[in-house]
Ligand binder design. Structure first.
Ligand code: SAM
Length: 309
């Protein structure tokens, strides 16, 4: 493919270069703003998974309104990768699923709350859809966790989501914290992609919810005892592996003689099923009447009458 082929194929790629955006993704945030008026009254914003920085550019241009210095505007951008500097944007290089990164973001806000948190995070896609969707969901939950610490009540949160088969679970988790959750697909996001954006408006955590940095879905070194959590703080259901690691693995097959000193003895089921759907098939098989390849097929009625049934 020649150098200009992407230019020819993709209008947003071309436009991004013409308008000076670092990536075509800038248009996704701009189009989401057109629909939801996201930047109105916003002076403090967090951009999670920000590199190469086109969303931060949009925030910087829109919130600072072309001013060289704008003291009351604070934008914090976070990414695993380093990013070229942008006016009015403080950068943190780190992993948003790590507690230490979240704490650094919170420190930057010095007790003040953000009006808006955006997250365009995406994992390196593996091509295995279930894995990609799962990792994307984990990124979104990490972003939500950070958001619960820094967003002011009434603030908004926008995040990339993959509309996979388990997406309704994510919607339900988001609905716990925001009164309105909308799934939006900007024009600049390709139809062929399962990518969309959740626009979560009016942050209103359940009464008594205490944000905690130990996300049971993400981090195994918890600093809280989950059994001690009560009421709304137990909403995110922790998933824990339980049981002795030396116990039998339910996915493995073991030899029948588990105890080598004893002869194996078959034990019938404690309560066999009463009239299982496979009963007829078992009978046919016992009487060698199951249909076989390359042999004339016997109708079920004939087979049953051959067995006097
Ligand atoms: N919004 C950006 C822009 O407009 O330029 C594009 C973001 S790009 C699609 C996704 C970014 O997510 C990548 O830069 C990647 O490094 C970042 N990312 C993925 N996992 C991350 C993680 N765990 N912590 C921080 N950043 C992460």
């Amino acid at each position: 493919m020649g150098r200009s082929s992407k230019d020819k194929r993709d209008i947003y790629y071309r436009l991004a270069k013409e308008e000076g955006w670092r990536a075509r993704s800038a248009f996704k945030l701009l189009q989401l703003d057109e629909e939801f008026n996201l930047f109105k009254g916003v002076s403090r914003a967090v951009d999670l998974c920000a590199a190469p920085g086109s969303w931060s550019q949009v925030l910087s241009r829109k919130l600072r309104n072309g001013k060289e210095k704008s003291e009351d505007v604070k934008i914090v951008a976070v990414d695993l990768q380093a990013m070229a500097p942008l006016p009015g944007v403080t950068q943190i290089q780190g992993d948003i699923t790590k507690i230490s990164t979240a704490q650094e973001i919170i420190r930057h806000f010095e007790g003040q709350s953000a009006d808006l948190v955006v997250c365009d995070g995406a994992p390196d896609v593996t091509g295995l859809h279930d894995v990609d969707e799962y990792i994307q969901a984990q990124l979104l939950l990490a972003a939500l966790n950070i958001t619960t610490h820094v967003l002011k009540p009434g603030g908004n949160f926008v995040a990339k989501i993959f509309r996979g088969k388990d997406v309704t679970l994510l919607y339900s988790q988001l609905k716990i914290f925001f009164s309105t959750v909308t799934c939006a697909k900007p024009r600049s996001s390709r139809n062929s992609s399962i990518e969309a954006f959740v626009v979560c408006q009016n942050y209103s955590p359940p009464e008594g919810y205490v944000p905690n940095m130990s996300n049971p879905l993400l981090d195994h070194s918890y600093d809280v005892d989950f059994n001690q959590l009560e009421g709304p703080n137990r909403i995110i259901v922790p998933f824990l592996a339980c049981g002795d690691l030396s116990a039998f693995d339910s996915d493995r097959t073991y030899p029948l003689q588990l105890d080598s000193d004893k002869e194996y003895q078959y034990l019938p089921p404690t309560q066999p099923p009463i009239q299982p759907p496979y009963q007829q098939a078992c009978l046919l098989r016992k009487n060698n009447l199951l249909a076989k390849e390359n042999s004339p097929s016997v109708s079920l009625d004939d087979a049953l009458s051959a067995m006097n049934l």
